[in-house]
Design a protein around this ligand. Structure first.
Ligand SMILES: [Zn+2]
Length: 241
């Protein structure tokens, strides 16, 4: 285990530790340092309200020693939408030597976050990479208008895009959002390589449409603006014994 860090070093350089986790090495309790949790609220009569999770944690472990854990991978499981105050998050963190799985969230909106931590890793047990074919078909129809693309040809392009994306590695994707109905499905735009191949396919398939600008618009939009790729990963927690 790395050397514990003195509390004074952490509290005097809090900005360096924003987002990191403090683990008390005496009683294993964990707290994530977050700027947002340090804002104090004041009631109408000016009284300070103790909403500062950090102060509460440091008060409870005043004479103990701490180690700093940082997020060590992009593995993540969410219980609710990320913006939801009740969202419980599961991440991998590390002290530089040992990996841990930390889970944190609130049981009530106004209660402090609660944490659990176990030595272990999050293993991907299922990964799917798909596209939203309906959205792709609509993007093609709109971009080629007033040319009317035959439905069977659009379906052919959608299928070829589906095949291209199925051959992508997850690390080619750069997720920008999560699916509203399932926060564990990430949304991403097409990788540049796939957008380029799709553009060539569109040009061949709809050679009679004379809408070169339309092909460019489709490839550009799908590469930077319209996230048609859905990346879903399910994890298992492997605890170290
Ligand atoms: Zn402690």
């Amino acid at each position: 285990m790395p050397e514990p860090i003195a509390l004074s070093r952490i509290t005097s350089h809090l900005e360096d530790f924003d987002g990191a986790f403090l683990q008390c090495t005496d009683c294993q309790a964990v707290h994530r340092i977050m700027q947002a949790d340090r804002a104090l609220l004041y009631t109408k009569d000016g009284a300070e309200v103790q909403v500062d999770d950090m102060r509460r944690f440091l008060g409870a472990h005043r004479d103990h020693r701490f180690q700093v854990l940082r997020r060590s991978s992009d593995a993540e499981t969410l219980s609710h939408a990320r913006w939801d105050p009740m969202c419980r998050v599961v991440w991998e963190v590390s002290d530089g030597e040992t990996d841990y799985v930390v889970s944190f969230g609130r049981t009530e909106v106004e209660s402090p976050r609660e944490y659990t931590i176990v030595p272990g890793r999050m293993r991907v047990v299922k990964e799917t990479i798909e596209i939203d074919g309906d959205v792709l078909a609509r993007v093609i129809d709109e971009a080629l208008f007033p040319f009317v693309a035959p439905e069977s040809k659009v379906a052919g392009v959608v299928q070829r895009c589906r095949d291209l994306v199925a051959g992508c590695a997850a690390d080619e994707l750069d997720p920008i959002d999560e699916l509203r109905e399932d926060p564990n499905v990430q949304l991403a735009c097409l990788p540049a390589r796939v957008a380029g191949e799709l553009r060539r396919d569109l040009e061949q398939t709809f050679a009679d449409s004379r809408t070169r600008d339309g092909f460019d618009a489709i490839a550009d939009d799908l590469q930077v603006q319209i996230p048609i790729v859905r990346l879903a990963r399910r994890y298992r927690i492997d605890r170290f014994v």
